[in-house]
Design a protein around this ligand. Structure first.
Ligand code: GCV
Length: 766
């Protein structure tokens, strides 16, 4: 039986006094109650009936309690005696979508928007409805549907009825609609001459706008604001603060119970990289800390988990410990912008757990999670926001296993004490059923995947060594340097890492409480996985393991690429236990990841090798005995080209078929006969769909199309892709030939062929 406490208590007096649950909380309880009808065959005794009760603290609680009961049933849990009382950890449990009105999604990797197309809200909101149900099933209660780089058109009169349609789709699932707004809207959408928040006309404009929204959407959630950040307009234009701006709008929202989430992602992206004291990591604290206590009670400052920008590893933002008189929400990123864009399996829950459990030491034991819940400083509001960016893709996020992150986010927002493993297991059961092997294998794939990705993309606190001025996907080690964006790792010929100490560096470390500062300030005490975030050290610096920093960089990249390959084997062991469509889709992505991890590995180790001039003690870097470079093959039609950055192609070069084609590249196999695995490394640009054929002598043994949509139209670390052909019998003297057929301006580019004796190699005679 489902109902609120108010409804159910009179029917079940045995429930006793009201339990301690509140907002959105629930109680799952089994009770026995005498039925009103006597038992068949007995005149006196009354039938005892067992009831499963979903008792909500309020209506939201009934909804979440029902999902919780369904989840227990789906996981095959024992329901004979239920007594489970839950209250969510925090009132704000929102998601943000960075959808644009034209239907694209900023940092979205799973198809177009489920909300917008062609400048308007989509006519068909089926997916939006399904999304709301999905969000409700994991306890989410708010969704801002448009990009924080907000389009002012959203506040035009004709848009309101369209937004009301989305709110209607959300409503049955308790998800409140929110939108991101641009602070200059009074000018751009309202025709005023200013958007100075303290101008009375501007204030009146916001009030009027908010009232109109609530007239159409009475349960509207509120606004998200990105201002003075990455070129967005903001209060600084008028010498005003974030608090001035936030409060004017929050004041308008307050009578309607709406909230304002003001993002702390405010920084100068034109920093002077020559200045050793300049530091983007300092920005949020420097800007917001002095504003503590100045925000209205329905303003929540939305703080990214780290001080930079969703890197593979960052320290916790010091701002969490610095605003006792301000409501705070953490902003996490489900969409894997810097963590493989859902082409790489990266289960982020272990990372988020580290952040939420991190003790800020600001008032006794103060983990971030208890600051967010409002507990530490008795704040009325606070909580969680995640940038999700689901799209029209059939699996919502592209990679079917990436949904473990969305599920995990919701579960942590509800209860941050859950473990990463428990969440992985729950999700796997609910998604793929209760088969033991499936459960254990997928859990085993998910749990180490973040560390694995870190190993091959930027360990020791280097942050993701990606192309930061490009799509944030493949390797681009140097792109972090010599520009104003401030994602510096300061690697030079002698050493690596950014000195953020108080003593000699930027002073960032001093933004933490004294206990935390002490730990980070000292190069000896600093946790090694953040060493290079906090300190600049010579490559010869010796770590606890006894390895030098440079050797660690080499080793972790080799280890990471090897680990990524194991995911393929793990997944293959589930063939027949997973439906064909999802099996094939995950396999394709894991095989791709295994190949791209090698691209990452080679680019990073080559770059550091070149920069430091220090050899790999294990002799692997720059030594590829099983590779045949395309530029060294016998070429017909193909011409050698330089690849930029050089470390993203083997030997810095590839070959391209720039004419009509087809072109070919061939070489003679002069090694022992045997059965081998052949890897062909090529570039798959986001335009065209070149075709490749692989021949042994005149026998075609494989063909494929380069038809993926990787985020670049050039040959580089974003587009370098590996095709692996197993169990190929080669005889000494055989000629291997790759024929490339260019298409749509994509010149069937080839980097190398690698034929390694591996697990598959068995002696072959005859
Ligand atoms: C929506 C990073 C992303 C941007 C994003 C920004 C933000 O810089 O690369 O795409 O903009 O963060 O969070 O506002």
């Amino acid at each position: 039986m489902l109902g609120t406490w108010k409804d159910l208590r009179p029917l079940f007096p045995s429930l006793g006094t009201r339990p301690s649950f509140s907002g959105d909380g629930f109680w799952l309880k089994t009770v026995n109650r005498a039925s009103s009808r006597p038992l068949a065959g007995s005149r006196n005794s009354r039938r005892q009936r067992k009831y499963w009760l979903v008792v909500g603290a309020d209506e939201g609680g009934v909804l979440y309690g029902t999902f919780a009961l369904l989840a227990r049933i789906a996981q095959g849990q024992d329901l004979s005696t239920l007594d489970d009382l839950e209250t969510p950890s925090a009132p704000i449990r929102w998601v943000n979508q960075w959808d644009n009105l034209d239907g694209s999604i900023e940092r979205g990797y799973a198809g177009g928007s489920i909300f917008f197309e062609n400048g308007a809200v989509r006519t068909d909101l089926t997916r939006a409805r399904e999304y709301a149900r999905l969000l409700a099933s994991i306890g989410i209660n708010g969704c801002a549907i448009n990009n924080v780089n907000a389009d002012p058109r959203l506040l035009q009169a004709e848009f309101l009825p369209q937004l009301a349609r989305v709110a209607e789709a959300f409503r049955p699932w308790g998800v409140r609609l929110a939108i991101s707004v641009d602070l200059s809207s009074p000018m751009s959408a309202g025709g005023l001459k200013t958007f100075d928040p303290l101008d009375p006309q501007v204030k009146a404009w916001w009030q009027n706008m908010v009232d109109r929204i609530y007239h159409e959407i009475p349960d509207f959630g509120g606004f998200v604001i990105k201002a003075d950040s990455e070129g967005r307009s903001g209060p600084s234009k008028y010498g005003r603060t974030a608090a001035d701006a936030a409060n004017v709008i929050a004041g308008a929202l307050r009578p309607h119970h709406g909230v304002m989430l003001y993002r702390a992602f405010v920084y100068n992206h034109h920093l002077d990289w020559h200045d050793p004291k300049a530091d983007r990591a300092r920005a949020a604290f420097d800007y917001f800390h002095p504003l503590d206590g100045k925000f209205l009670d329905n303003v929540v400052v939305q703080i990214k988990n780290g001080p930079i920008d969703f890197q593979v590893r960052e320290p916790v933002s010091p701002l969490f410990g610095a605003m006792p008189q301000t409501n705070q929400a953490i902003e996490l990123q489900v969409t894997q912008e810097y963590t493989g864009q859902q082409r790489h399996l990266v289960y982020l829950v272990p990372m988020w757990k580290e952040v939420l459990d991190f003790d800020m030491h600001v008032k006794g034991v103060t983990p971030v999670k208890s600051i967010l819940s409002g507990q530490v400083w008795n704040r009325p509001l606070g909580g969680y926001v995640a940038v999700v960016n689901v799209g029209l893709d059939r699996y919502w996020l592209g990679h079917p296993l990436a949904m473990a992150n969305l599920y995990g986010y919701g579960r942590l927002a509800w209860n941050p004490d859950l473990s990463a493993e428990q969440i992985a297991r729950e999700w796997t059961r609910l998604t793929f059923g209760n088969d033991r092997k499936v459960l254990d294998t997928i859990t085993r794939m998910l749990l180490p995947s973040w560390r694995m990705y870190e190993n091959y993309t930027g360990p020791l606190g280097l942050q993701t060594l990606t192309d930061i001025t490009g799509p944030h996907y493949g390797p681009g080690i140097e792109s972090s340097e010599n520009n104003g964006w401030g994602q510096w790792h300061r690697a030079d010929r002698k050493g690596v890492g950014m000195d953020r100490t108080v003593e000699t560096g930027t002073g960032f470390v001093g933004q933490y409480s004294p206990e935390v500062e002490k730990k980070y300030e000292s190069v000896e005490k600093c946790p090694e996985d953040l060493l290079l975030f906090m300190h600049h050290v010579p490559y010869s610096f010796v770590l606890d393991s006894g390895k030098t920093v440079i050797q660690y960089l080499y080793d972790s990249h080799y280890a990471g690429a090897e680990q990524a390959a194991t995911l393929v084997e793990e997944w293959k062991s589930l063939e027949g236990l997973i439906d064909d469509a999802r099996y094939a889709e995950v396999l394709r992505r894991q095989q791709y990841q295994a190949g791209h991890a090698i691209v990452w590995r080679d680019a990073v180790v080559d770059w550091f090798h070149r920069e430091s001039g220090i050899a790999d003690a294990q002799g692997r870097v720059g030594y590829h005995p099983h590779r045949v470079e395309a530029e060294d093959m016998q070429l017909s039609g193909y011409t050698p080209v330089d690849v930029t950055p050089g470390e993203t192609a083997s030997g810095g070069k590839a070959v391209a078929c720039t004419g009509q084609g087809p072109c070919s590249a061939s070489f003679k196999w002069d090694r022992p006969s045997g059965t081998y695995e052949i890897a062909v490394q090529y570039f798959d640009l986001n335009h065209g769909a070149s075709n490749f054929e692989l021949f042994v002598n005149d026998r075609r043994i494989d063909s494929w199309a380069a038809e993926d949509h990787l985020p670049s139209d050039r040959m580089n670390g974003h587009t370098s892709t590996r095709r692996t052909i197993s169990s190929v019998k080669l005889r000494e003297g055989d000629v291997l030939k790759i024929v490339g057929h260019p298409d749509g301006g994509e010149p069937a580019p080839l980097d190398y062929v690698e034929i390694a004796p591996g697990r598959e190699t068995v002696p072959f005679t005859n």
